[in-house]
Design a binder for this molecule. Structure first.
Ligand code: ZN
Length: 139
């Protein structure tokens, strides 16, 4: 069995952002040389997510509005976590809702997606460098 590991770095200019990272993950699959296996893609920070959904800008705005209703950023004082001096309690909650990681099958050297599936990095406390782990195992 072969294995492959890579970290992808992101530094979004905004606090909240969704980035389609499918091309980078496909590049990792090609670089790994693995034809049959599994790829795990996970955010390495507890205020960011990796999830699979549609590349459609209206839907991305819907995610952002829905998450803001579930866990509004302000008033900052509404969260106990922010008593530590941080201001990112909402980002921890949003990350938990959107998930830490995805696993995708690799078949004949390609990501074996269902219709319209794409992999996204979800940033909820950006404006600083953060990482995503790509781990591939297979043959
Ligand atoms: Zn925090």
């Amino acid at each position: 069995m072969k294995s492959y590991r890579k970290e992808l770095w992101f530094h979004t200019p905004t606090r909240v952002a969704f980035v389609n990272i499918t091309p980078q993950v496909e590049a990792c699959v090609r670089e790994s040389g693995i034809r049959e296996g599994l790829v795990l893609v996970n955010a390495m920070h507890i205020t960011a997510s990796v999830f699979i959904n549609d590349e459609e800008s209206g839907l991305h705005q819907d995610f952002e509005h829905w998450l803001e209703k579930l866990a509004p950023h302000s008033p900052i004082s509404q969260y106990r976590h922010n008593l530590t001096g941080e201001e990112n309690a909402d980002a921890h909650l949003k990350r938990t809702v959107m998930g830490r990681e995805v696993v995708v099958a690799i078949t004949e050297g390609h990501l074996d997606f269902g219709p319209w599936e794409q992999i996204f990095y979800g940033e909820f406390d950006g404006r600083r460098p953060k990482r995503v782990l790509v781990k591939i195992i297979g043959e």
